[in-house]
Design a protein around this ligand. Structure first.
Ligand code: DAH
Length: 337
């Protein structure tokens, strides 16, 4: 029976196909089954004596086998050619791949990114500005006059030409207000510099400044924005408190504390037994600051805030030495993956 022979042939074809190793093998195989005197060709020819119906059915089956085999042989041929090429190049594709390490963003960059996300959700735009500043932007326009003790509070790096390295990001308030018209809502992350160095202080560190100016901006808006920021950054359950404070460029001024993340308010070494950690300064923009940029204080109110990125990051991740951020030990950096 031809149909039995076809079944047998199929089995044989696929078994032998798997054994093909090289090009000469492949050519012999092709001749043996698909050549003019090949087994498939022979069977196709022998269909001529069968009934029309059988011719159709078995012919179809044999033609399909032939087509499939031709396609597979082409693929096989290409595989063999590639393998031989690799061999010529001395490549061994069975060797395991070389491992490589993936870098990560620096923890401070990660936190700056998170803060930008949080304030963006409240409609704050991100702006940046120069690290080399003038006394005017860094102090004078912010209502810090020559004689003011605040200038001593911030041990400043002065440059030979009389310029200075900005001691805070607050000059970005002035630059933005001079450049734009109100209403506005901005945050300004960046590097700042002070002559100071110990486990808590680095001569270069990062701050993030915030400023919102609009009609009818109130102290309540400020508290709302800061509370949202604290809960997004440290967790929804984080409690906050506001204390009166003093800054020359805001009136009234406040400082915000969060409940100590270590002892949850009970008092511990980290919070100095207070149960609270100070995380930022803020207040309503001082009228003298608005005067410096020619904003009409009858129409516009605003609030501002400034926070230290290193401090936020240290609290968030329980880091007790600021120098870890700048020594760049791999084990430290890799723990922020
Ligand atoms: N510039 C202040 C500092 O470096 C932080 C600050 C406090 C910024 C109050 C503000 C603010 O915008 O309103 O210590």
């Amino acid at each position: 029976m031809i149909s039995e022979e076809i079944e047998k042939l199929k089995k044989e074809v696929w078994e032998n196909f798997e054994k093909i190793q090289d090009l000469s093998h492949l050519e012999n195989f092709r001749v043996k089954y698909l050549g003019k005197k090949g087994k498939i060709t022979f069977l196709l020819k022998s269909l001529k004596d069968l009934s029309l119906e059988e011719k159709r059915r078995l012919g179809k089956e044999l033609n399909e086998l032939r087509d499939q085999l031709e396609r597979k042989l082409k693929i096989k041929e290409r595989e063999i050619l590639f393998k031989e090429e690799d061999k010529d190049l001395g490549l061994d594709l069975t060797l395991p791949g070389r491992s490589f390490s993936v870098g990560t963003l620096h923890p401070l960059s990660q936190v700056i990114g998170e803060l930008c996300d949080i304030f963006s959700r409240l409609g704050f735009e991100i702006v940046t500005g120069p690290e080399i500043e003038t006394e005017y932007y860094n102090f004078t326009a912010l209502n810090i006059p020559d004689w003011h003790p605040a200038r001593d509070m911030q041990a400043t790096f002065y440059l030979k030409n009389g310029a200075l390295l900005r001691t805070h990001t607050s000059p970005m308030q002035i630059r933005t207000m001079l450049e734009r018209k109100p209403p506005l809502r901005i945050i300004a992350p960046g590097k700042v510099y002070r002559c100071d160095a110990d486990v808590r202080h680095s001569p270069m560190f990062h701050q993030l400044e915030g400023l919102m100016v609009d009609k009818d901006v109130s102290f309540a808006d400020l508290k709302g924005v800061l509370t949202y920021f604290a809960k997004e950054t440290f967790g929804k359950k984080t409690r906050v408190r506001f204390r009166p404070s003093y800054f020359p460029f805001t009136e009234p001024s406040l400082e915000m504390d969060i409940e100590c993340v270590i002892c949850k308010g009970k008092g511990c070494r980290v919070c100095g037994e207070a149960g609270w950690l100070e995380i930022l300064g803020a207040g309503m923009v001082h009228p003298e600051v608005f005067n410096a940029v020619n904003y009409d204080t009858e129409t516009w109110q605003g609030f501002a805030f400034g926070l230290g990125i290193e401090r936020i990051t240290m609290i968030k991740y329980g880091i007790d030495d600021i120098r870890m951020f700048f020594e760049n030990h791999l084990s430290f950096l890799q723990s922020f993956k």
